[in-house]
Design a protein around this ligand. Structure first.
Ligand code: PEP
Ligand code: MN
Length: 266
């Protein structure tokens, strides 16, 4: 169902008025984790100031260590909903188990399925049975074929609104947190009719690489870029190394807009 052979025209997904996959790159910014109303609202204000329509933030955090911050759960979803209503932003947030889906649906606009859950087939099927768009991230060590099959699980349950997100894969290279597989973007665009995003934050794990990798993503034809923004990354409860503070985000955004203009990407 996700194959280009099945449907030749690009899938376009309308999220809060943002048309994803229509040609011009979309942007998803927001903190790694929802920590407080004030924290999310500060980031929302900076996103809104750029005229962007979407915000991300994790309420259920899939952490490597069980002793690290696990997210605010339902409380976090309520914060996202409040910010969404106040700032008019569509909310993208990760759901980690089918058991949380029902309670989450009232608060969110897009279900994110994280890298660690790309082959959680029960979660894929449950998300596929909802009417919310799904942002599906590539697994830590998933091949492109496995990634496409994961999207197929979602669509097989009737949900056609799926965004694929390349977020780096595990290789022997330690200079970056993961290795951004940039050629996955045109391959996924050729093989499927779905919009393809690049998460520059989790693929690189390095603040200094966010801008060049975002440029690369846009230049190679990505439909969107995701990056993390926090009012004060030095005190963030997760991903301190790679979130942008708000002035850095402002510069990142403005530089990308100029880049797109120069290359007539619109
Ligand atoms: C995230 O986007 O919050 C996240 C945990 O990313 P990933 O699933 O790609 O590691
Ligand atoms: Mn993160």
């Amino acid at each position: 169902l996700v194959s280009r052979k099945k449907k030749s025209e690009d899938t376009v997904i309308n999220i809060n008025g943002e048309l994803i996959g229509q040609g011009k790159p979309s942007f998803v910014f927001g903190p790694c984790a929802v920590e407080s109303y004030e924290q999310v609202a500060a980031v929302a204000a900076s996103i809104k100031a750029k005229g962007e329509k979407l915000i991300r933030g994790g309420a259920y955090k899939p952490r490597t260590s069980p002793y690290d911050f696990q997210g605010l759960g339902l409380e976090g979803l309520k914060i996202l909903k409040r910010v969404s209503d106040e700032f008019g932003l569509g909310v993208i947030t990760e759901i980690v188990t089918p058991g949380h889906l029902d309670e989450a649906l009232d608060y969110i606009d897009v279900i994110q399925i994280g890298a660690r859950n790309m082959q959680n087939f029960e979660l894929l099927k449950a998300a596929g049975a909802t009417n919310k768009p799904v942002l599906l991230k590539r697994g830590l060590a998933a091949t492109i074929d496995e990634f496409i099959h994961a999207a197929e699980y979602i669509m097989s349950k009737g949900n056609e609104n799926i965004i694929l997100c390349e977020r780096g894969i595990r290789t022997y290279e330690k200079a970056t947190r993961n290795t951004l597989d940039i050629s996955a973007v045109p391959i996924l665009k050729q093989e499927t009719h779905l919009p393809v995003f690049v998460d520059v934050t989790h693929s690189t794990g390095r603040r200094d690489l966010l801008l060049p990798c975002a440029k690369a993503a846009i230049a190679i034809g990505a439909d969107g870029v995701m990056a993390e923004v926090h009012p004060d990354p030095s005190v963030a409860l997760s991903d301190q190394q790679q979130q942008m503070d708000i002035p850095t985000f402002d510069a990142f955004y403005d530089t990308l807009q100029k880049f797109m203009k120069n290359y007539e990407i619109h």
